[in-house]
Design a binder for this molecule. Sequence first.
Ligand code: ADP
Ligand code: MG
Length: 710
Amino acid sequence: QGRLNSSTKSPKGNLSDGNRKLDAFSKRQTLAQHRKSLPIASVDKRLVEEVQKHDTLIIVGETGSGKTTQLPQFLYNAGFCGDGKLIGITQPRRVAAVTVAKRVAEECGVNLGEKVGYSIRFEDMTSSSTRIKYMTDGLLLREALLDPHLSRYSVIIVDEAHERTVHTDVLLGLLKSVQDARSKSLNNLQNTKNKKTNNDIQLKENGAQGLNFLKQYQGRTPLKLIIMSASLDARIFSEYFSGARAVHIQGRQFPVDIFYTLHVENDYLDASLATIFQIHLEEGPGDILVFLTGQEEIESVERLVKERLKQLPENSKKLVAVSIFSSLPSEQQMRVFAPAPPGFRKVILATNIAETSVTISGIKYVIDPGLVKARYYDPNKGLESLVVVPISKAQALQRSGRAGREGPGKCFRLYQEDQFGKFEDSTKPEIKRCNLSNIILQLKALGVDDISGFDFIEKPTRSAIVKSLEQLFLLGALTDDCKLSNPVGRQMACLPLDPIYSKALILASEFNCLEEMLITVAMLSVESIFYSPRDKKEESRTTKKSFASPEGDHLTLVNVYRASNEFLEKRSGLSKEKREKAFRKWCKENFIDSRSLRHARDIHSQIRRNVEQMGLRVASCGDDVLQFCRCLAASFFLNAALKQPEGSYRALANGEIVSIHPSSVFFKNKPECLIFNELVETNRKYIRNTTKIDYLWLTELAPQFYAVQN
Ligand code: ADP
Ligand code: MG
């Protein structure tokens, strides 16, 4: 049709206009057909009735049955948004919130941000007309800080509850009490209303007072709560909500052949790559979905696929690689959903986001290395680390299930069958294995002072609570009697960051280096700024050196950021597209991940706005980098480490022995004492993002911790 338009060139543009309308029309028809074909479509009326009848409802349904995209639309059409109320749907992952909102806006035939919108940390795509709002679970928790009764919402759907993120778990507890509070206040109001009508009958009902009363009454509705989950075990949610009703949606699943490896695969990236091409060259049509552990891995496999394709004969080249992971810029996220060009096969490189959160059509082959990146916290040591760990049996099943949504499929598990037998049945809820300081800070800000007394669906361990309270106390967020401190604790709770980063920003305004710290925190909030392709290791190392700061990785990141600023400013005259293209080229030449840097730049402008609103002074330390390093020491004193005679480091807070990550500027030239930001565990324990400090600063700047110990 595109070709038809350009060759017929109607002078008034009528024809192409007409074509466009036709295009839009047929697109809407296809969408409508797709919606009708979903398993959930046949039970829409029943679901709405269930929601009307029960204040709390649990819905379990196979992935892809249409829960996330359809249910909010059913409820909207059934009038649940009367009075300007909102339907809120929470997702554990930002990508899911964004892509699903875009899809639903399309299905509803509206622009994103109108009736349908989304809101995630650092990005708000809603307006006063938004009624169906997708958001992350963490974001709704933050909203509760400003609106404790979540009074704007008539329905809240906690989606993907089986993921059991900390935010979901805490949200469930919070929603339970909000629901209670709203029903109670509604009952009270109803009682007063009944009394009034009995006393001075009708008279006032028509007067201004009556009208106000009516408004007040209508404004308060009970909160409808829906918990949605992909796993079959609804019991835990049902029990938690005092025996709430659970309904199951029947899904469709075709058989999937499972293949295991005969030997242990030492390099699962190599094995994934080999399997991708084996499928591509030997199997029938159908797209491939590969589960990898993170952005870095995905991007390196993406590059390898492209390289290997170049070596194939022309007729075997018809393979396109697309990727999806959490920090992918939102304008690129929708690309995974687009069908491959005719005759081409699509290979989707995804994190476990593609396990249940988003459903992509056309997949017939799944490659599952059996790994996932997860946060683990050791409360005894006070250390949180990112670790690549084996998935659970439930996850392996979900992953293979992705191959059988539209027809029979195949799943290639890159591990042996007896390894599968050793997987845990299901994943441990995050609240049992992560640092709780962030969530405790938020609960305190919500007025929940007795953390152990909070109605958790599953209680975190006592030692984890104690350790996190201690950490918050050491950061100055809590007072001696464990109350939120003012202003520091309150300010920290307001910032959408890890407490340790929030504290760094607050301190930086005192150290006159908030400008540098804002950049640092933004750059630390993305996965990885630099990358080094396997075949260009030396080249990338040399390039990286041109940004390196002798003080450490933090200032190195600041240098990269500022270099990108300079580059973009020089090109401010160019059009947006040209500038963006030049930016990507510059990044590539410098072995910088352009998506990460772009993301960091977005985060930077957000948090800069946040701190300015809080009234913090944004200044630069200029050439006085010592100020900045001292501020880093004052902020990250919990992560200080001393060099050992043999070249490794001992973390001062817990005696853990760690090594400097090869990506650090100090990998070869090791200082006596440093602070670090991240612990990564592979075959060894590595610390990443380090800056050299004078260990005497620790007793001077963090006496609350170091004076006591030494
Ligand atoms: P569930 O929540 O039950 O897993 P969803 O509502 O997410 O199911 O998905 C229902 C259908 O909508 C699936 O067939 C999926 O392919 C399609 N879909 C969802 N999001 C998108 C999108 N962004 N683009 C295209 N199709 C989508
Ligand atoms: Mg869903």
